[in-house]
Design a protein around this ligand. Structure first.
Ligand SMILES: [Mg+2]
Length: 337
């Protein structure tokens, strides 16, 4: 094509693109790394990753469709917003989820959140002292703690993801190895206090086995004691997310006097996610005396089973459907119900 002809066609092309955008025929989801770029036009949806086209689909614009992308990614089409969303494990990269999580992540960085962490570790110290005094038989006392957002601040990773960073185990590992990885207020002090008083600490985490070495090294670098293969229980390949069996193994040999976590699953398998929010609330009430006594809960507004329970952990739901489920929770609480 000669230059004069290109010069004539360029304005026409721009006008056509502008018109398509204005009518909603083109929808762009931008991102980098593992975030898909979505383009819709002329009834054809193209899904690209890292600028490389993976697959195109013809859509009729009438029916919602779930798109199974060849390769690693699954993308759902949300007709209400005329947008495609990458689903788990890329949930956080969708615009809807990002908007919801920004305030939550900022809250985790707030002074109020820090006060909650100090308060919880102060309570844990008090309870451990009481357990020591009551330990007339001289048993070895143990503390079980979750790692992420209980002992180690995960917001440095969330903050990166919320700015289009990668949402992968490799990226998470890099964040753990970075200088930005920090302990939560009071965490290192408490875990060392337990060991100094003759106790044993165990770390029970659902981190991926690929993160084993960086878990040991980063925990040691931050000053956590006993961060080794004997005391760190990772979620091994094929293992359920439940931590019950790992806790039971520890309890065979030690008197566990405290459990620390930011998610109910860290404490016991008593809070079924798929049965919804009310069932979990009631289960928490049923063991009300444990909170602040043997179980120490830390705040996490960014993620957790609390959120999955709202949409019953149904992974087929689009962000728009999940938002509808979330709003419907308020129906039973609002004063005009
Ligand atoms: Mg956690």
């Amino acid at each position: 094509m000669n230059q004069r002809r290109m010069a004539r066609l360029l304005p026409l092309t721009l006008i056509l693109l502008f018109a398509l955008c204005m009518t909603g025929a083109v929808s762009l989801g931008e991102g980098k790394a593992n975030i898909c770029t979505i383009t819709v036009g002329d009834g054809v949806l193209s899904v690209l990753k890292n600028g490389k086209q993976l697959e195109t689909y013809t859509i009729d614009g009438q029916n919602p469709v779930i798109l199974h992308i060849a390769g690693d990614y699954e993308v759902s089409w949300d007709q209400a917003t005329n947008t495609a969303f990458a689903k788990d494990p890329l949930r956080i990269s969708s615009a809807v989820d990002r908007e919801q999580k920004v305030d939550a992540a900022l809250w985790q960085l707030s002074a109020e959140a820090r006060a909650c962490f100090w308060q919880s570790f102060n309570t844990a110290t008090l309870r451990f002292d009481q357990a020591l005094q009551a330990n007339t038989a001289g048993e070895t006392l143990a503390v079980i703690a979750d790692i992420d957002d209980t002992l180690v601040d995960g917001v440095m990773y969330t903050a990166d993801v919320l700015q289009d960073g990668e949402w992968t185990n490799a990226a998470f590992g890099a964040s753990l190895a970075s200088e930005a990885c920090l302990p939560l207020p009071g965490a290192v002090e408490f875990m060392n206090y337990v060991v100094d008083k003759g106790g044993v600490v165990f770390y029970v985490t659902n981190r991926d086995p690929s993160l084993r070495e960086v878990t040991y090294s980063s925990m040691r670098k931050m000053g956590f004691p006993m961060a080794d293969e004997k005391h760190v229980f990772i979620r091994e390949t094929g293992m359920a997310s439940s931590k019950e069996s790992r806790r039971a193994n520890i309890e065979k040999d030690y008197k566990v006097v405290l459990v620390l976590g930011d998610n109910l699953e860290d404490f016991a398998d008593l809070f079924p996610v798929k049965q919804g929010n009310d069932v979990r609330r009631n289960a928490v009430d049923d063991i009300r005396d444990e909170w602040g006594r043997r179980f120490i809960m830390f705040p996490n507004a960014v993620y957790g089973d609390w959120e999955k329970a709202i949409y019953r952990y149904d992974k087929t739901k689009t962000p728009a459907q999940r938002m509808a489920d979330k709003l419907s929770i308020f129906d039973q609480y609002k004063y005009t119900r």
